[in-house]
Design a protein around this ligand. Structure first.
Ligand SMILES: [Zn+2]
Length: 370
């Protein structure tokens, strides 16, 4: 059986905004109603998705105590949502649990943490989040933190991992938490490769050779991840898939975010509502790359390092739009269909769909079996 796994989505953000994943969450964009979402349980089922990592994301702009509080809030929202959907979804913290869930007709919800800010300078907080079910740690997000530098920081602070960051990597290795290199700077990446004793993952990153963006991985990085036994999970964000799209859409995401922020501050103001609608329409009008470009990125990794080191991490609910043809998680089977069209065997497709990621998870959780 194919276990279709999405290793990164920002569903907890939508749960925190009040989305009910039992229902199909409203689509499209209407100021005053719920924002655009890409995920809920009925759409996961429709897409044949067997499991997804829900990211406990905190912004680098939060103060340390606030980021810890926010992380606990998001974990709690995911627990509430899973508990409210018995018979449909269940938590998974190990690959065997996930496969058992799938055999029982349940979609697995896994937890990852995006940005290590909530653990502050205290490894006991990392252990606490592990006890709550966190099974990977994206070391930072858009800015540098106490652990390492980000690939989108204006200036490096540490030139790689901080001394505490090295302790975090060692503790993740000991606990069986996968270290995630998505979002971190190139220098931080090479430090993680040097210091991690376990395989590492890129939970949602594309290939820089196909789209030159600092969030994407160079061929050398992809080879280093594979050499360590890890896996690269391809992101669906049109800006990371296509340079041409990135150029056409430049600044439009910030404009939308600013308009959204202004409107939320004063939502009864018709002018702010009109500005928001306009910012959305302007951004939505940029032609998006086809979902087939995701498969181009998958194939690039395969050409470099073979079929055992690639998978998918959509970034749904954390991105404004998916690529053309894969607008939300209900359309996930299109990836499988496209891989079949390109001549991949069912065995290879099984690996790409989730087998590779689950193998890495198993190896990180049981280092002595290696
Ligand atoms: Zn991200």
């Amino acid at each position: 059986m194919i276990f279709l796994l999405d290793s990164h989505c920002d569903a907890p953000l939508m749960l925190a905004k009040g989305a009910d994943f039992e229902k199909k969450v409203e689509q499209g964009f209407v100021p005053g109603s719920f924002p655009i979402t890409h995920i809920d349980y009925p759409r996961m089922k429709k897409g044949g998705v067997n499991g997804a990592f829900f990211a406990i994301y905190t912004s680098n702009s939060l103060a340390p105590d606030e980021s810890t509080r926010r992380a606990f809030e998001l974990v709690s929202k995911v627990y509430d949502s899973v508990e409210n959907s018995p018979g449909k979804v269940a938590f998974a913290t190990t690959p065997s649990q996930a496969r058992r869930n799938a055999r029982n007709g349940l979609i697995s919800v896994f937890l990852g943490m995006e940005n290590g800010a909530p653990i502050q300078n205290d490894l006991s907080l990392l252990r606490m989040f592990h006890r709550l079910g966190i099974r990977y740690l994206t070391l930072t997000h858009a800015r540098s933190n106490q652990i390492c530098d980000s690939c989108t920081s204006p200036e490096p602070v540490w030139h790689g991992l901080s001394p505490f960051g090295r302790e975090v990597v060692a503790e993740c290795n000991r606990l069986g938490i996968m270290v995630d290199v998505s979002h971190i700077s190139d220098e931080s990446f090479w430090d993680v490769i040097k210091y991690s004793k376990s395989p590492v993952i890129a939970s949602h990153s594309c290939c820089r050779a196909l789209c030159n963006h600092p969030r994407n991985l160079t061929d050398e990085m992809i080879k280093a991840i594979a050499h360590k036994g890890g896996v690269v999970q391809i992101n669906f964000y049109p800006k990371f898939l296509s340079e041409e799209y990135g150029k056409a859409a430049i600044g439009l995401d910030d404009k939308l975010e600013e308009a959204d922020y202004a409107w939320r501050e004063d939502s009864s103001n018709p002018q702010l509502q009109a500005n928001l609608q306009k910012a959305y329409e302007e951004y939505a009008a940029v032609p998006r790359p086809s979902y087939k470009v995701i498969v181009d990125h998958i194939e690039h990794v395969i050409k470099l390092v073979g079929v055992k080191h690639v998978g998918i991490g959509s970034d749904f609910d954390g991105i404004e739009f998916g690529p053309k043809g894969l607008e939300d998680i209900s359309k996930m089977q299109k990836i499988i269909i496209e891989l079949r069209k390109r001549g991949y065997s069912e065995y290879d497709i099984k690996l790409i769909a989730g087998g590779n990621f689950l193998r890495v998870m198993e190896a990180v959780q049981n280092p002595n079996l290696e």
